[in-house]
Design a protein around this ligand. Structure first.
Ligand code: ZN
Length: 298
């Protein structure tokens, strides 16, 4: 099934749910960054969460950045996702691999580390972005971001994110976010029914692998709680807004002496976009123009 996101409500708007399939875009990230199995799972889970977080924002240009930095060998993870359905991201050390855990699952918590923080920035496109930081809980990402939602945004939430890979690549990836709004949070019977339903789910990717659609998953979870699935199916994709011009602009971060050095010794410069792995070449004459610009600006 194509990568897509759908939204639903239940309990007269007291429950908000969003789910997303990210199988193809996670595979694209794996290929672009040459990610190991465990790095694919770590980045894939964070990308699915980014799209779910961004989906509840209002203004069309809204974006969410999730930065996770633990003390594990993977280094940091950075994801940038938009309400428009685009997402990009990377990990610091894409080739780190760890043996699976005794239960056969990828050791994402071991790769990310248990000590560190989650830093989330919500940018609505004007004014100061809203940002907040919480400590990591397990490094497994789903737990950490659920903890973030509960403490920083104070909305009781359940977040499931998952990535399944085999030797052919990513075979299933996606996530589910269910939030209980204040008017439903007082209904104890409803909350406990929802909790027990979520506990019985045992993960999101197994449902995708069993051939269930996002609509089926919503039916199973909320079908008897006044479920209303919104008709719009939003396509989601890996997309990076980098360009030759932007990368050239970023070369201004170097000193004039460093640029002179690149012109003399290398007759140009090569820069790689962290987010998507695209390699850009700046020619000697472009560097000379850039240097002249910098000198003119003082
Ligand atoms: Zn890029």
């Amino acid at each position: 099934m194509a990568d897509q996101l759908i939204r639903a409500t239940a309990a007269d708007g007291g429950i908000r749910a969003v789910s997303v399939i990210t199988t193809r875009l996670t595979e694209e990230a794996r290929q672009r960054h040459k990610l190991s199995y465990v790095a694919t799972a770590a980045l894939g889970r964070t990308m699915a969460a980014g799209l779910l977080f961004a989906s509840s924002m209002k203004r069309p240009q809204s974006r969410v950045n999730i930065r996770i930095r633990g003390d594990g060998p993977l280094g940091g993870i950075l994801v940038d996702a938009g309400l428009n359905g685009t997402v990009r991201g990377y990990v610091d050390y894409p080739d780190v691999e760890l043996p699976p855990k005794p239960n056969g699952k990828l050791d994402v918590g071991g790769a990310v580390g248990q000590n560190g923080y989650v830093y989330v920035v919500r940018d609505v496109g004007y004014g100061y972005p809203y940002s907040s930081t919480v400590e990591l809980v397990s490094g497994e990402i789903g737990d950490d971001l659920t903890h973030y939602l509960a403490t920083s945004e104070q909305t009781p939430s359940a977040l499931m994110v998952g990535v399944f890979t085999d030797i052919t690549g990513v075979t299933a990836a996606g996530g589910l976010l269910v939030q209980i709004l204040p008017k439903a949070a007082r209904d104890e019977a409803l909350v406990s029914l929802l909790e027990s339903r979520l506990v019985s789910f045992q993960g999101f990717t197994p449902l995708l692998q069993a051939g269930k659609s996002l609509q089926d998953i919503f039916e199973e979870l909320l079908g008897d709680m006044g479920l209303e699935i919104l008709p719009e199916v939003q396509m989601v994709r890996f997309h990076c807004g980098c360009s030759h011009q932007r990368v050239l602009g970023a070369l201004k971060l170097f000193s004039q002496a460093e640029l002179e050095d690149m012109i003399e010794k290398d007759k140009g410069a090569e820069a790689t976009c962290d987010f998507c792995g695209t390699v850009y070449q700046a020619s000697e004459s472009e560097l000379i123009d850039l240097l002249a610009e910098m000198r003119a600006e003082g």
